[in-house]
Every structure is written in structure tokens, then in C-alpha cells.
Write a protein that binds this ligand. Structure first.
Ligand code: AMP
Length: 219
């Protein structure tokens, strides 16, 4: 049965980095709603400008917009054998939509929560840099680029994300507590959540994720 891996966790927990590594290991596409929205925010349209403002504020984009994005993206052929979600669902309504899509298509949901202390989250978000050209993610403390603030892959100058400024970081952590933490409880009630300690090195967290996914494969 094709697996839909849902990586849950606060902003800065390492969902994006781990989703990228898992995608390479298992060959499933990584679907990052944050990346899709950042791309849409570059378009000079009413929708693009709207999304750009919401992103910079640290609030969530509406469930309606997310529903269109996720339906369209998960319908593509590359998702038939499974896929990895990073940043979706972030509200109960989104989780209900995903439940419906997964059951209609006969897929199996594997929810993994990467737990990280608040102190570590704030430090990680402030040290994060992204490459605006190829999307590579760095951390100036734990995973710095080889050359000062330039992307290892494509040489572009790295940037702070518009929502990694202190005010937006605080807002995103609040939004997470209010709207997204209840989604984990929603899945916990269904006994679907595997818990992972995210306060460890990237490699250790990755090995744990691979173990959890393999265990599910055996069932
Ligand atoms: P991320 O890259 O996952 O941290 O997402 C960056 C921003 O994109 C979030 O702070 C939200 O504004 C928006 N976003 C990403 N995924 C979602 C989602 N599932 N629902 C609503 N907004 C989202």
C-alpha cells in the first residue's frame, strides 16, 4: 500500500531538511507547501501578492488555497507510489481533507512528530539561511555553507527567509501552538503518531525516521 508520510513539528523542527533526505532515500516526492507558497508569492498577481503578505506576517494561508494546492499536487503521477508531506496539514480542516484524499486513493497515512524544545527552535530559525535560487537550506551554526553566505550548490548569495525575522518567528510559534499542535492531538487520538526526539543531530534524527518508516513497511 502506498504510504503518505506526514512530518509534523514546529517551525524549525527540521521537517524540510528531513523530508529532502527521506525523498532521496525512498524515492518518494517531497511536497513542501511552504516551498509551493513561496514560489506562488513570486508571481505578480493578486493571489501572489496576497500570499506574499501572509507569509511575511507569519500567519497561515487559508485552508481553501491550501486545499486547491494539495489536491492538484497529490493527483500527479509521481505521487502514485507515495509521497512525503512537509508543512501540511497545519489545521484540523486540512487534516480532514487529507484523510479523505488518502482513503479515496487507498493510501496509508504515517504521521511522525519531530519534537524540539522551544529554545532550540528559536535558535535554529534565526540561524537559518536559504538559497533563493535552488532552495537549499543552511544553518549558520550547524550546517554553514563552505563559503561565507554563498550557496554550495549554485553560488547564489544566501538569504534570511522573510518569516525568519524575530517578530514573525514569535508569531509562527504562536500560530503553531494554537492551530497546528491540535492536529497532532487529532492524530494521537487515532493512534497514528510516531514520536521522534528532534533535539539531536540531523543524522540521528534521519536514522530514526528511516527506522519508523521501515517498521511500518513491514506491517
Ligand atoms: P514552512 O516553509 O513550512 O515553514 O511554511 C512557511 C509559511 O507558509 C507558513 O508560515 C505559512 O504562512 C505558510 N504555509 C505553509 N504550509 C501551510 C499550510 N499547510 N497551511 C497554511 N499555511 C501554510
Amino acid at each position: 500500500m502506498a504510504k503518505v508520510i506526514v512530518l509534523m513539528g514546529a517551525p524549525g523542527a527540521g521537517k524540510g531538511t528531513q523530508a529532502q533526505l527521506l525523498s532521496r532515500r525512498f524515492g518518494w516526492p517531497q511536497i513542501s507547501t511552504g516551498d509551493i507558497l513561496r514560489e506562488m508569492a513570486e508571481q505578480d498577481t493578486a493571489l501572489g501578492r496576497h500570499i506574499k503578505n501572509v507569509l511575511a506576517s507569519g500567519q497561515l494561508v487559508s485552508d481553501e488555497i491550501l486545499a486547491d494546492i494539495i489536491q492538484e499536487r497529490t493527483e500527479r503521477d509521481d505521487c502514485r507510489g507515495g509521497y512525503i508531506l512537509d508543512g501540511f496539514p497545519r489545521t484540523i480542516r486540512q487534516a480532514q481533507l487529507l484523510d479523505r484524499l488518502v482513503s479515496e486513493r487507498g493510501h496509508e497515512l504515517v504521521v511522525i512528530n519531530i519534537a524540539v524544545t522551544r529554545q532550540a527552535l528559536v535558535a535554529r530559525l534565526a540561524a537559518r539561511r536559504i538559497c533563493p535560487r535552488c532552495g537549499a537550506v543552511y544553518n549558520m551554526n550547524s550546517r554553514p555553507p563552505r563559503q561565507d553566505e554563498l550557496c554550495d550548490r549554485c553560488g547564489s548569495p544566501l538569504r534570511l527567509r522573510s518569516d525568519d525575522h524575530p517578530d514573525a518567528i514569535q508569531r509562527r510559534l504562536e500560530v503553531y501552538q494554537e492551530q497546528t499542535a491540535p492536529v497532532i492531538d487529532y492524530y494521537r487520538r487515532q493512534k497514528k503518531v510516531a514520536e521522534i526526539d528532534g533535539d539531536r543531530s540531523m543524522d540521528e534524527v534521519f536514522q530514526d525516521l528511516v527506522r519508523v518508516i521501515r517498521e511500518r513497511n513491514g506491517r
